[in-house]
Design a protein around this ligand. Sequence first.
Ligand SMILES: [Zn+2]
Length: 126
Amino acid sequence: MELTSSRIAPCKRQIFWRGITGRCPNCGQGRLFKGYLRQVARCGVCEEDIGSIRADDGPAWLAILLTGHIIAPLIGYFALHDTLPPWLAMGSLLAITLVTALLLLPRAKGFFIAVIWLTGHRKARE
Ligand SMILES: [Zn+2]
């Protein structure tokens, strides 16, 4: 079922935001994931085919890239300032890195699913 044909088509920014927030790029209502990263086969609202979209390594690449840009200034700060003992600075950086990467990964996967849905997947079906 194609909801966009009966509604005003969403702009690219809306489609990307739907992906980042884990919502169906077509309707914005259904969920993209049934777990942490496992995609649903079809949207529960509009029945858009989500399961055939393969983001592959793109989300991991994006999550690592963004995490690195967040963590690198903190590494520089801890290297230049003796505010914390080294063991505590390393432990803090490790914890912040893990939490940041785990928070970013599903959002990056949703973003890639939305981009693929917008650019290739939808065109291939039409
Ligand atoms: Zn949907």
